[in-house]
Design a protein around this ligand. Structure first.
Ligand SMILES: [Ca+2]
Length: 265
């Protein structure tokens, strides 16, 4: 397994976050002044999860089952599984590709590859491949909202794409108190907000989907990471449920946490 060399660019991207994070900690503006909320997950329930999954994309379908997209060259796949852990469907990605995020948009499902320059369109029901579309950035996370797809590439940008043609319309920069937030990874669209976990951190940003401004910082450091020790086995995966709660997981995590977000203690 060659995890570390493959992930060096992502690690370097995350290291660039450190000055920003430290400046935030000593910044002049307080949460009360900026309106940014500081939240943490409160665990409602713990579900079993396949600890072999190098989770890169997580979403809940209309039936309440999970869609999980996994990474690593030669072992990337997409599968559907019940909340109890019964696997219903699975399709392997082309073995040359490193799989990333996934989202359903109407009858389509979009699956990203990391650095392969390709997004895959699938039938959201059968998961059968319908076509491949060029991807001009790296592919990290993706989510669907209204008439657009939002895509992250590890930077502070969210690309806004046409959900029919996959063409790039524009990019929105995500900022926290005016400072770009690099390392945006797995995404989840919920109404006019988008949630993004930040690569190699335990933080999730709640972002105004139109302006790109962060409206809440959620620190998920209180979730037990029970994956085998490895720097790559970080929090990655956020999906919302119809009841307003969220599912959070990670790469090779054996647990999936159903949570609600509450003010930090
Ligand atoms: Ca998601």
């Amino acid at each position: 397994m060659v995890n570390m060399p493959l992930h060096m660019p992502k690690i370097l991207a995350a290291l660039s976050l450190l000055p920003m994070l430290s400046s935030c900690a000593s910044g002049a503006a307080t949460p009360a002044e900026t309106g940014v909320q500081y939240l943490e997950p409160e665990i409602i329930q713990v579900h079993p999860f396949d600890e072999r999954s190098f989770t890169q994309g997580l979403e809940v379908d209309e039936q309440g089952n999970l869609l999980v997209a996994t990474g690593m060259v030669g072992e990337s796949r997409l599968y559907r599984v019940t909340p109890e852990g019964e696997e219903l469907q699975s399709v392997d990605l082309d073995p040359a590709f490193f799989g990333e995020g996934v989202t359903v948009a109407g009858a389509d499902l979009w699956q990203l590859t990391w650095q392969d320059g390709v997004a895959i369109r699938r039938d959201a029901g059968s998961l059968a491949e319908l076509g491949r579309y060029p991807l001009s950035t790296e592919g990290w996370g993706i989510c669907s909202r209204q008439d657009e797809l939002l895509l992250s590439d590890g930077s502070a940008a969210l690309s806004r794409l046409d959900p029919e043609t996959f063409e790039l319309r524009e990019q929105t920069r995500v900022t926290l108190e005016g400072v770009p937030v690099e390392g945006l990874n797995e995404l989840e669209c919920v109404g006019d907000e988008v949630y993004a976990n930040v690569f190699l951190s335990t933080e999730i940003m709640r972002i105004d989907a139109l302006s790109g401004e962060v409206t809440a910082v959620i620190d998920a450091a209180n979730l037990p990471n029970n994956a085998t020790p490895d720097p790559n086995h970080v929090l990655n995966g956020i999906a919302h449920l119809d009841n307003g709660s969220f599912l959070l997981g990670g790469k090779r995590w054996p647990d999936l946490y159903e949570v609600r977000f509450v003010p930090s203690a």
